[in-house]
Design a protein around this ligand. Sequence first.
Ligand SMILES: *[C@@H]1O[C@H](CO)[C@@H](O)[C@H](O)[C@H]1NC(C)=O
Ligand SMILES: *[C@@H]1O[C@H](CO)[C@@H](O)[C@H](O)[C@H]1NC(C)=O
Length: 356
Amino acid sequence: MKLLPMAIFLLFALFVVSSAMDMSIIGYDATHMTTSDASYSSNWRTDDEVNAMYESWLVKHSKFYNTLAEKEKRFQIFKDNLRFIEAHNSGDHSYKLGLNKFSDLTIEEHRLRYTRAIPKSKSKKLKSDRYSPLSADVLPDSVDWRAKGAVAPVKTQGKCGASWAFSAIGAVEGINQIVTGDLITLSEQQLIDCDTSNYGCDGGFVTDAFDFIIKNGGIQSDKDYPYTAKDGKCDTSKKNTTLVTIDDYEYLLEESELALQKAVANQPISAGIAINSTDFMSYSSGIFSGVCGDLVNHGVVVVGYGSENGKDYWIVRSSWGTEWGEEGYIRLERNIKQETGKCGITILASYPIKKS
Ligand SMILES: *[C@@H]1O[C@H](CO)[C@@H](O)[C@H](O)[C@H]1NC(C)=O
Ligand SMILES: *[C@@H]1O[C@H](CO)[C@@H](O)[C@H](O)[C@H]1NC(C)=O
């Protein structure tokens, strides 16, 4: 088992997102701040003020550290994050940052705990032109599958690196509701425990999850096979409970935002994004135009798109609970220069097919 995550690591290193634009934006701590941010920090909060904020943040997020040294170490990181957040929010940006449950983590810690590489599938499925843009297409200006009842409540992956499962399940929940009219919250845990082509909390392939669901004859509900946030033994005793089935799955033929738009106009889409920044970790609202990462490492569901004040965005569901972002969602800027889209959102776009 130990070697498998390594294999994933080697594979995902192949999928590097073009991020030249991202590189120009500031890093996470004071030493990397731009001139305007640096002048901001000169009249910044006193340690007493920061400490009071830290104490109330600890209470709010029920944080306990085993040692005083750890508490002090976390305070310094909290302070760096707070300074970064407030410097950002003092500027004119399309999105805001805020303290959240990740605010005592460095970006490296956050990346290691809450993301895992998601490579392209090793399975041989062909890409499909089902959602390839055609000149005759008339796509809606905005789509929000939440409003159409096709999106289950935001989930919380915890310290288990199974965003691949949350991404796949979200798309299956969506297509199932669209085809049958029933929104059934489905089981990530069954994938984590039973899909042996993937690596449970150590990462996985979204499309192999679809493969498992097809071969298994369906996927159980979250209620029947609840989430534990850790790797477990596959429980086959629930064979007779309801299974939600899919017939097939595909990748988008083009890594393009127009193809993704057409796809999302039809159903919620599984996608992977590349994240490795304090910007993303501390996102609280608005249309995100900040720093992403270089490697696709977080599975999400694209549940819609729209525009606000002339700025186009994707509506993206994460699996970090409702306390992060806009009630668990982030709006990523859309129709940008990079064809692969913001944070590489088009690179791994895939979706299940369900006929009945
Ligand atoms: C499952 O279904 C089979 C066939 O209908 C039945 O014999 C079996 O008792 C059921 N098992 C459970 C656990 O309900
Ligand atoms: C994350 O970002 C840091 C700092 O920019 C960089 O050194 C590191 O290689 C990145 N890691 C990954 C996995 O992208």
